[in-house]
Design a protein around this ligand. Structure first.
Ligand code: ZN
Length: 82
């Protein structure tokens, strides 16, 4: 008997560049006070919208950080002068 098997290749999954599924990201903002670019670690498991105050490591000026996480998992930070 001839049993033609359907060639099941599965769904064509979009294979984006190897995504590292870490819960941490880094994002940068520019300190309003000293103009330095500050790298902050982002805990993307803490929510897609985060607001917190962090002191600038360069000039110690407190900045309010508004963190947004893309659906892609990319973090964006906007710094706001306190
Ligand atoms: Zn600063």
């Amino acid at each position: 008997m001839n049993d033609p098997r359907p060639d099941r290749r599965g769904k064509n999954r979009r294979n984006r560049s190897a995504s590292t599924r870490s819960a941490h990201q880094e994002a940068t903002y520019i300190c309003d006070s000293c103009g330095e670019e500050i790298v902050v670690p982002i805990d993307i498991s803490a929510g897609t919208h985060q607001n917190y105050v962090e002191d600038c490591p360069v000039c110690c000026h407190p900045m309010t950080l508004h963190v947004d996480i893309d659906p892609d998992g990319e973090a964006h930070v906007a710094g706001e002068h306190e």
